[in-house]
Design a binder for this molecule. Sequence first.
Ligand code: FNR
Length: 344
Amino acid sequence: VSIQSHRKDEHVSLAIKFYNKTSHAGFDQLRFVHQGIPEISLDDIDTSTTIENIKMDFPIYIEAMTGGSEYTKKLNQKLARIAKSTGIAMATGSQSVALKDDSVASSFEIVRETNPNGIVFSNLSASADVSRAKAAVKMMNSDAIEIHINTPQEMIMPEGDREFNWIKNIKSIQEELACPVIVKEVGFGMSKETIQQLVDAGVKNINISGKGGTSFSKIENYRRKKQEMDYLEDWGQTTVESLLEAQPFKDKTNIIASGGIRTPLDAVKAIALGANSVGIAAPILYSLIKNGEEETIEFINDFIYGMKSIMTVLGTKNLSELQSKKLILSSDLLSYVSQRGLPY
Ligand code: FNR
């Protein structure tokens, strides 16, 4: 077993070990105003959305997690069956391991084999060049590719990258790939300056993946054995702060949210703040490992029902109506918005 394959197994077990049902992504700092007479039925609710040419019936998907070992091949197969049964899209974890070691490519290929007509997203680091990005998409005949940015994680990893000249790769991947490109964080969030850099590079889909759910500083600090960089455990912007940072760009680029989405209400609030879809990672993995496939399918179907219920109560029949709802910000968030000069 290669060091990289072993790391993929460790990420899974540590994400489960540290899994916290309670989100710290800032959603409790936001409230909707209740309106008692919505004049709408549950059946009127349309949750469909798009990522460029990709049409999705539901605005949630299984976020990038795994692949690259025997164990994670089984997990990817199960996640693909869950995606197929619920009709949601699915991203895999970084395929970099399979581009280096052909013997683990099947741990990603199995996703497409299991769900031939499903929506599948590839995943690679922004350190990848165009040829790797094309190879990753080809491996799963993917509908889109996620390119992740994750500097704190790399710096905490003893074996991590130390050079971050990413914008050139991002620009050329955006220019040369035929499918949609999504640039995502891994749970550290984004600032308006980072989003501006991505928009300037031509990126059309940005997943702000904020702080408050799975913490890769926590996971990598544990893997270091010594907790010597645990001072970075609170680094980054929460998902809610990142969505506020994204406000000036809502018309220029497709905003996607992830990081600490734990309940249907979190997801609906993320959409009301401008996200067009929402990625969920650890809760789905946790449910799969603790409760199994059937219960996870039920978890996702209940999640969708919960989102539709809230949209019914709000009287918003589709995502664009939901996005026109203004949320009430806590005084902490109001201070954040004013210090950062954000339009909300
Ligand atoms: C991840 N995540 C991730 N992201 C990415 O872009 N490439 C990757 O290879 C991985 N690997 C990975 C493994 C495991 C086990 C987990 C739980 C997560 C990050 C993930 O896509 C997401 O951005 C964060 O996990 C935040 O979402 P949650 O977990 O709080 O819903």
